[in-house]
Design a protein around this ligand. Structure first.
Ligand code: PMP
Length: 439
C-alpha cells in the first residue's frame, strides 16, 4: 500500500464522504510551491486553508521554533515561560488597540469556544450569542453552533442552545433583497432590533470579512455600525479574525480596515503562519477584569504550549522584515484589475470581490445568477463545476481552494506578481469549463 492509500484507508478525510477521497501525497513545500511524491509541483494559490501566510519553509521561523523546542518542550500552562512572554510582547504591538489579555489554545475552533464561554460568564445571566447565517466559526459543539451556514446542520438538533442568527451583508445576493447604498445598511440595523427583541444577548460574533462562505467584504459602514449597536446595547463584540487576520487584507487585522475595536478577538492560522497549531482568544480589559475575582473555568493541556508560542515573535518579525502589509496592498489593486478583466471575459463569473490577497470568484449557471453549486452538493458528494475546475487546475499544477460556488484566491502573502500571473492565467483558462456549462 503506498502512503496516500494508507492515509486514505486509515485516517479520516474530513468534510467529505470517505468514498472518492484520493489524496495527493505531498512530500515538501517551499515558498509558494508544494511538491508531491511523483515529482510534480503545485503553485499554492490559496495558502492551503488561507493560513500559510508566510509561504512554506521560512528558515527564520523554522529556526525560532527549533530554538523554542530545545529551550523548553512543555510545561503546564500554570507557569510563566519566556516563550509566552515574548509572544505576548509581539502580539501587543499588532493586535487592535484595547485587546490586552490572551488565552492561548491550538486552533481557531478552540479560540471561539473560549470566546463564547468567556462572554457568557462575563455577561451572566445573559447568554445569547448573535451570529450570522453566512458564517463559519469552527467544528466543535459551541463553535459549530455559532456557525451559521449549512455545516451547522450536521450537529443539529444537538447544537448549543442560545444562538440567534441574523442576515449577512452579502450585497451580491442580499438576503433582504435590498440594494446598497439605498438599503441604509438594514442588515446591520436589524441587529439592533434583534438584540432588543431577544433580550439576554451576551455577545455578537462576526467574521469582519466572511471567509469560507465566499469572501464577503461588507460595505464600509457595516462594521462601524455593528460596533455602535453593540456598544449602545452593552453586548460584547467578538471579531473572528481566524482567517482575516495577519496581513491577509493588507492590515494586521481586518477590523483595522474600518478602525473598529472589538471587545474580544479570536485568531489562529496566520499567527504562527501555521507552522504550529495555535489559537488565540484576545480580550479587552473590560472583559478580563471580570476574571480577577472569578474562576476562568477553562484550559487545555496544550494551552500556551511553549514551542507553539515560540513561532509567534518570529512570524511577526517576518511580516515586518518583508514589509508584507505594503506588499499585500500593492498586490491587491493588481489582483482586483486582473479579476475584473477575467469577469468581463467569462459569462460564468457572476461576481469578483475581495481585498488584499483575499478574493473570491463566484460562479453562476445562467443570467439569473443561479449559483453553480450549494453546500448540499459539496457535502453530498455531488460533483459540481467547482470540482471540475479545481481538478483541472491541479493537473495544471495550481492548487486552489473551492467553496460551494466560488474559488478562493488567497496565496501566501510573499507571492510575487509573476507567480500570481501564473496562477491567474491558469484560472482564466480553467473558467472555460464553467463557461461551457453556462446556459
Ligand atoms: N473561524 C473562521 C473564520 C475560520 O475560517 C475557521 C477555519 N477555517 C475557524 C474559525 C476554525 O479554525 P480551525 O480550523 O483552526 O479550528
Amino acid at each position: 500500500m503506498d502512503d496516500a492509500e494508507l492515509v486514505k484507508n486509515h485516517s479520516f478525510g474530513t468534510w467529505r464522504k470517505q468514498r472518492g477521497w484520493n489524496p495527493i501525497n505531498l512530500v515538501s513545500a517551499k515558498g509558494v510551491f508544494l511538491y508531491d511524491d511523483k515529482g510534480r509541483s503545485y503553485l499554492d494559490m490559496s495558502s492551503q486553508l488561507v493560513n500559510v501566510n508566510l509561504g512554506h519553509g521560512n528558515e527564520r521561523v523554522i529556526k525560532s521554533i527549533e530554538q523554542g523546542m530545545s529551550d523548553l518542550q512543555y510545561v503546564s500552562p500554570a507557569f510563566s515561560t519566556k516563550a509566552r512572554a515574548d509572544a505576548i510582547r509581539s502580539l501587543l504591538e499588532v493586535v487592535p488597540k484595547g485587546i490586552t489579555k490572551f488565552f492561548f489554545s491550538t486552533s481557531g475552533t478552540e479560540a471561539n469556544e473560549a470566546a463564547v464561554k468567556i462572554t457568557r460568564m462575563v455577561k451572566s445571566p445573559k447568554y445569547k450569542v448573535i451570529s450570522r447565517y453566512r458564517s463559519y466559526h469552527g467544528s466543535t459543539l459551541a463553535s459549530m453552533s455559532l456557525t451559521g451556514d449549512y455545516r451547522r446542520w450536521f450537529t443539529e438538533p444537538n447544537s448549543m442552545p442560545g444562538v440567534v442568527r441574523v442576515p449577512e451583508p452579502y450585497c451580491f445576493r442580499c438576503p433582504l433583497k435590498l440594494k446598497y447604498p439605498e438599503c441604509g445598511i438594514s442588515c446591520a440595523n436589524y441587529v439592533d432590533y434583534v438584540i432588543k427583541q431577544e433580550g439576554n444577548v451576551a455577545s455578537l460574533i462576526v467574521e469582519p470579512i466572511t471567509g469560507t462562505n465566499g469572501v464577503v467584504v461588507p460595505p464600509k459602514e457595516y462594521l462601524p455600525l455593528l460596533r455602535k449597536i453593540t456598544e449602545e446595547n452593552d453586548v460584547i463584540m467578538i471579531a473572528d479574525e481566524v482567517m482575516t487576520g495577519w496581513g491577509r487584507t493588507g492590515e494586521w487585522f481586518a477590523v483595522d480596515l474600518w478602525g473598529v475595536r472589538p471587545d474580544l478577538m479570536t485568531t489562529a492560522k496566520g499567527a504562527s503562519a501555521s507552522y504550529l497549531p495555535v489559537g488565540i482568544t484576545g480580550v479587552s480589559k473590560k472583559v478580563s477584569d471580570f476574571f480577577e475575582d472569578h474562576v476562568f473555568a477553562h484550559g487545555h493541556t496544550f494551552e500556551a504550549h511553549p514551542v507553539v508560542l515560540s513561532s509567534i515573535p518570529a512570524v511577526i518579525q517576518e511580516y515586518r522584515r518583508m514589509d508584507l502589509l505594503s506588499h499585500v496592498r500593492d498586490m491587491s489593486s493588481y489582483v482586483e484589475r486582473r479579476l475584473n478583466e477575467i469577469k468581463e471575459k467569462h459569462k460564468s463569473v457572476g461576481d469578483v470581490r475581495g481585498v488584499g490577497l483575499f478574493w473570491a470568484i463566484e460562479l453562476v449557471k445562467d443570467d439569473n445568477m443561479t449559483p453553480v453549486g450549494t453546500y448540499e452538493d459539496k457535502y453530498g458528494g455531488r460533483l459540481t463545476v467547482i470540482d471540475k475546475i479545481t481538478s483541472y487546475l491541479m493537473e495544471r499544477g495550481v492548487y486552489i481552494f473551492g467553496g460551494a460556488s466560488w474559488l478562493v484566491i488567497s496565496p501566501p502573502l510573499i507571492i510575487t506578481k509573476e507567480e500570481l500571473d501564473k496562477g491567474l492565467n491558469a484560472i482564466d483558462d480553467a473558467l472555460a469549463i464553467s463557461d461551457q456549462e453556462f446556459s
